[in-house]
Write a protein of this length. Structure first.
Length: 250
């Protein structure tokens, strides 16, 4: 199952994680014209209603531009998506690593704002799903059991209270996980988790593999990355095709 990872859709942000509005529209139009439809992560793991023309769209972190830029494009093509929220930033004016992002990648403070709960509720009422990406975006494997559990459970609880829907999917910050973290996820009632691997990865419900789409992916590269060829290559060896991914973990 093809699961795409986006972070930001923005013309002002110039970092690798921000796909321009035009490119995002072109990418969605590509799937639309090929007759693809989006399914939820739950459908993907239950393997229900699967066709070769199904795919899943996900967004990490919960930037405001997911609402102001991506949401209306998704609606234009009748697509849904799952957005993974860092709840400690949602509905606040806190910025995630501002010293790095704004200085290096341009844009204004507003371009790095996170979603409001109001926007999240509106999207939730219109087919967009949400998942947890922890409270503070830590490297989970470096935390104690108690600390990790607080991040994993606290974020889930807050989203559930805010939107009134059960949260069952999780996204590992920096793709950092191990068996201990997966066990905590299961204890807290999650049913699956996603990761964007560099190369080979043993896939399971708690390590669902995604393909990261970044600013420098032109249409040719995008078409390759969403094709079965890319996954085949990734399975064979650790191809660092998307070096941009390491941006967030630096
Ligand atoms: Zn993240």
């Amino acid at each position: 199952m093809l699961i795409l990872t986006y972070h930001s859709v923005s013309n002002r942000r110039q970092g690798g994680l921000a796909v321009s509005v035009e490119n995002f529209d072109r990418q969605m139009k590509y799937f639309y014209k090929k007759g693809y439809r989006t399914i939820s992560l739950a459908q993907a793991i239950e393997k229900k209603d699967l066709s070769s023309k199904s795919f899943v769209i996900t967004f990490d972190d919960g930037y405001q531009d997911n609402y102001t830029n991506a949401y209306f494009i998704l609606k234009r093509y009748g697509f849904s998506a799952t957005i993974f929220l860092i709840t400690g930033y949602i509905g606040t004016d806190r910025l995630f690593k501002p010293e790095r992002y704004i200085e290096r990648y341009g844009g204004r403070e507003e371009d790095y704002y996170f979603l409001s709960w109001r926007a999240i509720r509106e999207m939730s009422n219109n087919g967009i799903e949400f998942g947890s990406h922890t409270i503070s975006h830590p490297h989970l494997t470096r935390l104690s059991y108690q600390e990790a559990r607080k991040e994993i459970q606290g974020s889930k609880k807050q989203i559930e209270e805010e939107i009134g829907t059960k949260i069952i999917f999780f996204c590992y910050p920096y793709g950092d996980f191990n068996g201990r973290i997966q066990k905590i996820l299961k204890e807290c009632g999650y049913e699956g988790a996603v990761v964007t691997p560099y190369g080979r990865l043993k896939e399971g419900k708690f390590s669902l593999k995604r393909v990261g789409i970044y600013r420098k992916d032109n249409m040719l590269r995008f078409k390759f990355k969403v094709s079965p060829w890319f996954d085949g290559l990734r399975r064979m060896r650790n191809v660092r095709i998307h070096r941009m991914q390491s941006l967030q973990s630096r």
